[in-house]
Design a binder for this molecule. Structure first.
Ligand code: UDP
Length: 319
């Protein structure tokens, strides 16, 4: 029996695939290589675009050929600004791709899925600490496609007994292995690392937010911890009466933009340089996960804090 990892050549998916392989699981990776790299994958890999017209038939073949018993689904587009500019593409790939995957799973008799969801499903939260009972009201097409994905899984559960755990990632960063590091630099930590290395000041979006130092607070989660959460979810689904539903994946501790910038400059051994810019439209002041469901239902908790995340992002220390 094997585990299918969609998006397994991507930043997060490659960490999940490698961790599964390290503990002796048979893994099949699917990726369209639109943003993933072949160099990140070592085992079985099938090039396949989940949004393609023939994707369902090809997925059924892959599932039957490899004896797939569970799917970890990460293949998706994830750039918030791009999703606002190109909502149709985000819906086609993220929602349409999941539709093909679920049709194939139903046909092939695969009943377990771990879904890559996001704290973006919550939208502009009022309370700092977010639980899974916090109302979902996404404010961009990216977050909408993730929430729709969760609804699709619930509907498939009702219709044919699919068992799904949706991991709502908070702010993912760092690297578990240097060769799997994030190369996109679209989020705060890689952006600040890149700017600091170039000798440029970090740009801070607003310093008058309602937080202790005025800069936004987020819950940064090490990608190696996040990958372990996927394995814990796979194990939970293997128990017939195990938990299904959404789970926050964060540390429960927030860090401000200013703290992140300080951590990066200390790790690089240079003075902290900051340029304050306008606040970003719609940016909530503080978003921190309540990770207690992950602890209770998956037996998972984060092991790494901000310093380990930043140091691994610099390629200094492995997780
Ligand atoms: N941010 C910033 N400067 C940057 C990039 C991001 O001040 O160059 C802030 C952003 O306003 C947010 C936090 O850093 O408060 C994390 O942003 P990111 O885009 O990484 O993730 P988000 O929480 O928005 O999904």
């Amino acid at each position: 029996m094997s585990i299918l990892v969609t998006g397994g050549a991507g930043y997060i998916g490659s960490h999940v695939a490698r961790l599964l392989e390290e503990r002796g699981e048979a893994v099949v990776v699917i990726d369209d290589f639109s943003s993933g790299f072949r160099s990140r994958v070592s085992g079985q890999v099938v090039e396949l675009d989940l949004g393609a017209a023939d994707a369902t038939a090809r997925l059924i073949d892959v599932m039957q050929e490899h004896g797939v018993s569970a799917v970890v689904h990460l293949a998706a587009l994830k750039d918030v600004a791009e999703s606002v500019a190109e909502p149709e593409r985000y819906y086609r790939v993220n929602v349409g791709g999941l539709g093909h995957l679920l049709e194939a799973m139903r046909s092939a008799g695969v009943h377990q899925i771990v879904f890559s969801s996001s704290a973006a499903v919550y939208g502009a939260v009022q309370d700092v600490v977010v639980t899974e009972r916090t109302p979902c009201s996404p404010i961009n097409p990216y977050g909408q496609t993730k929430l729709i994905g969760e609804w699709m899984l619930g509907a498939a559960g009702d219709a044919w007994g699919l068992r799904a755990i949706s991991l709502r990632y908070f702010n993912v960063a760092g690297a578990g292995w240097d060769d799997l590091a994030d190369t996109a630099a679209t989020n705060l930590i890689p952006i600040v690392v890149a700017r600091t290395r170039r000798g440029e000041p970090a740009v801070v979006f607003g310093d008058h937010h309602d937080t202790p130092d005025g800069t936004c607070v987020r819950d940064y989660i090490h990608v190696a911890d996040l990958a372990r959460a996927h394995l814990a979810a796979v194990d939970t689904l293997r128990c017939d009466d195990g938990f299904v539903g959404p789970v926050n994946i964060g540390t429960g501790t927030g860090a401000s933009v200013r703290e992140v910038v300080t951590e990066v400059s200390e790790a690089l051994g240079v003075p902290t340089r900051i340029r304050i810019d306008d606040a970003r439209a719609g940016d909530p002041a503080a978003v921190v996960a309540d990770p207690s469901v992950a602890a209770e239902r998956l037996g998972w908790h984060a092991r790494h804090g901000l310093d380990a995340i930043v140091r691994s992002a610099l390629g200094v220390v492995r997780a």
